[in-house]
Design a protein around this ligand. Structure first.
Ligand code: IVH
Length: 693
């Protein structure tokens, strides 16, 4: 029988867990911004349920365990989009828009400007509706762009979303924005206050909180609306232009935004933007900019996407919202690569409906240039999801006791010297001061581990920043390999994780299952997870595709240190330049990296990338384009080859499979002939790959 002391201990733990779960529920349901992964959340809930099973008096009516929940975790099931839901790149100035249009024209090799559609960028949350044979079968949130949450039943409650449409192709994904009208938002907040409930910060949060409700009656009672703006996967084409796509949506009973306009010049685009901006305050819905899209779908298709952004669209954002507050203190954060970043701690202030208490100060030069002192009144700004920034100091309000800040010359975490590197290219000092502690610096080590398990890297459920910090401090995980040996060490340990506060048997078992599931991670994620400087997601993908296996990549990188010719192998990869190549080679020249990798490779085997189009005749082949092309630009040709699963190189070697040569081809064509590499004309290339595009 559990005695009183046990109950008290359990109660204290329960209280902490319940508070934490409520906090996460709020972030997830009301703010649509979860702080932790589903796995971590599940672990918390499971521990709570375990405590309540052991001590039934804890299961009070207000326990988070009593909430109605569909899925076991109280969250929504996942739903994979048939076609990824992309994000939009941003433009802030008229010049950015001009550049965007120029890029589009250059890529397509057009002399005259193509038509663009300008539509307001609604500040809500996007949804993907799948109709099969005219019936709405699945409705999902955007999620990470590949996989969202299945909220079909909730979406079906919206008047603006037809349950059936006639004359549509057998299968079609319709994308659009769920939002709340400003008047409806005000009325909802009034009702919330009357019921003694917390009001929502802004219409976007209210829409997100209303839509993602497990209790569908709540969604039904909230006035949500929907604007359709794009088609995803379609079994048959529905139109030739974005404009006509919107017409068809309209015929099917969807609302499309009335402020949509077709523009034939950059001036028209900007004029429409200004027009919408001037109406912004009076519009019934919140917007945060204007989206420009190339009108012709054929052009959109040819332009394709670079990582998460389509080349054919951009969001022209409205100027950031500003506010005045007091800078209380400056603290230094040490990042994964040792960069010392100053962070301003601010007197909390609301900017555009969000409470801000931190802002980035970038680096020491920025603090000096803006003459920022502790105690100063400052103007801060927040644009979209970017980190708030300090625009300027209000000098008139400066107090006598304001303090200048002297930037540390040593790492505040490990005490190693912190230096500014000399950039050999620009002949200038780097703006960033870096801790030279490398592996001895706990901050760097910890950040590297966090990066290793993060969402775009190995993405280990139940192992987030918090757990990494805990395991690091307890000396259980110091380098990536330790993550994979944790289970065995835990079995033989006297202080087992299962008994640690905040964990339970089930959550630890789940954690090990999640870790073991990543012993075969895709190669590109693995390369990204290593945290090599300048190797982000898209470079990692390039490298994975070009080398095919980790062994080959690592071997080449090691040899490149000594051998110029091997080094050229990196540089020949289209998209990899000097800086990136240098960073990779340096990484593999460090003994401790090699040793840590050797330990890691005993635990994990990265798997080669899945080829996207296995039926194309150029999958895995290395292609070089040379000379001038007549039907497409060099950029389009390269993008085309990549989308068909080929690799593109800038130089000809024994490893080249095909050289596509246009008029004026010179030394590359000659070299190909000498080496006996297959060569072909542009028209032959088009004939060969055309059917696969
Ligand atoms: S088009 C590839 N059109 O903006 C094109 N998006 O940053 C992707 N949004 O997730 C979307 N209004 O939630 C498009 N008229 C509009 C939009 C719009 C709002 C949102 C959408 C998307 C985000 C992209």
């Amino acid at each position: 029988m559990a005695d009183k002391k046990d109950l008290e201990k359990a109660k204290a733990e329960w209280q902490k867990l319940a508070d934490e779960i409520r906090k996460h529920d709020k972030a997830y349901y009301e703010e649509d911004a979860p702080h932790i992964s589903d796995g971590e959340y599940d672990a918390l809930r499971q521990r709570l349920l375990q405590l309540e099973a052991e001590f039934p008096t804890l299961a009070t009516a207000d326990s988070p365990s009593q909430k109605v929940s569909g899925a076991s975790s109280g969250r929504f099931p996942k739903s994979r989009h048939k076609q990824p839901m992309l994000s939009l790149d941003n433009a802030f100035t008229d010049e950015d828009v001009q550049d965007f249009v120029k890029r589009v024209m250059k890529f397509l090799g057009l002399e005259d400007m193509p038509a663009f559609i300008a539509e307001p960028k609604i500040d809500g949350l996007s949804a993907n509706l799948l109709y099969r044979n005219g019936k709405l079968v699945t409705g999902a949130t955007r999620g990470d762009g590949q996989v969202g949450e299945d909220i079909t039943e909730n979406l079906k409650t919206l008047d603006d979303i037809p349950l059936e449409i006639t004359g549509a192709p057998a299968e079609i994904e319709i994308r659009g924005e769920v939002y709340m009208d400003k008047n409806d938002f005000a009325a909802l907040n009034k009702r919330q206050l009357e019921k003694d409930k917390k009001p929502f910060a802004n219409p976007r949060n209210a829409a997100a909180g209303s839509l993602r409700q497990l209790d569908i009656e709540i969604t039904k009672s909230r006035p949500l609306r929907f604007f359709a703006y794009a088609a995803g996967a379609v079994s048959d084409d529905i139109a030739e232009t974005q404009w006509d796509v919107l017409q068809r949506f309209s015929q099917w009973g969807f609302k499309v935004n009335p402020l949509t306009k077709k523009c034939n010049s950059v001036e028209e685009m900007i004029t429409h933007y200004r027009e919408i901006e001037s109406q912004r305050a009076d519009l019934p819905f919140d917007i945060d900019g204007v989206v420009y899209k190339v009108d012709h779908l054929d052009f959109q298709h040819r332009l394709g996407a670079v990582s998460r952004f389509p080349r054919w669209a951009i969001a022209h954002k409205f100027p950031a919202e500003k506010a005045i507050t007091i800078l209380r203190d400056i603290e230094i954060q040490v990042g994964r690569t040792g960069a010392l970043t100053p962070v301003a701690r601010l007197e909390p202030v609301t900017v555009g409906g969000v409470v801000v208490s931190n802002a980035t100060l970038h680096n020491e030069d920025e603090i000096a240039r803006k003459d920022i002192r502790i105690g100063d009144a400052v103007i801060i700004q927040r644009a979209g999801d970017v980190i708030p920034q300090i625009v300027e100091v209000i000098k008139d309000k400066r107090q006598k006791n304001s303090k200048t800040y002297s930037f540390p010359k040593t790492c505040p975490v490990c005490g190693s010297a912190a230096r500014r590197e000399h950039n050999t290219k620009t002949e200038k000092l780097d703006a960033v001061r870096r801790c030279t502690g490398g592996l001895v610096c706990p901050a760097q080590a910890m950040e590297r581990l966090k990066h290793f398990v993060s969402r775009k890297a190995l993405d280990i459920d139940g192992l987030g920043a918090k757990q990494i910090e805990l395991f690091y401090e307890k000396d259980l995980v110091r380098e990536p390999a330790d993550i994979f040996t944790l289970e065995v060490r835990n079995k033989n340990s006297l202080t087992r994780l299962e008994n640690m506060e905040g964990f339970g048997k089930t959550s630890i078992a789940n954690l090990f299952t999640a870790i073991n599931a990543r012993r075969t991670a895709p190669l590109s994620r693995f390369i990204y997870a290593l945290g090599i400087r300048h190797v982000g997601e898209s470079n990692a993908r390039l490298l994975a595709r070009n080398f095919g296996s980790f062994e080959k990549f690592a071997e080449t990188a090691k040899r490149a240190h000594e051998d110029e010719e091997v080094r050229a192998e990196f540089l020949s990869i289209d998209g990899i330049g000097e800086v990136v190549a240098e960073a990779i080679i340096n990484f593999f020249a460090e003994t401790h990296n090699i040793e840590a990798l050797a330990r890691l490779m005993k635990e994990i085997s990265p798997t080669p990338e899945e080829e996207q189009k296995t039926d194309s005749p150029v999958v895995g082949k290395t292609i070089v384009f040379t000379g001038s092309l007549e039907h497409m630009t060099r950029d389009e040709a390269k993008a085309q080859a990549l989308s068909l699963g080929a690799k593109v190189s800038g130089s000809v070697s024994k490893k080249t499979d095909i050289v596509v040569a246009g008029p004026g081809a010179g030394s590359k064509l000659k070299k190909a002939e000498e080496l006996g590499v297959q060569t072909m004309s542009e028209s032959k290339w088009r004939e060969m790959v055309g059917p696969f595009l």
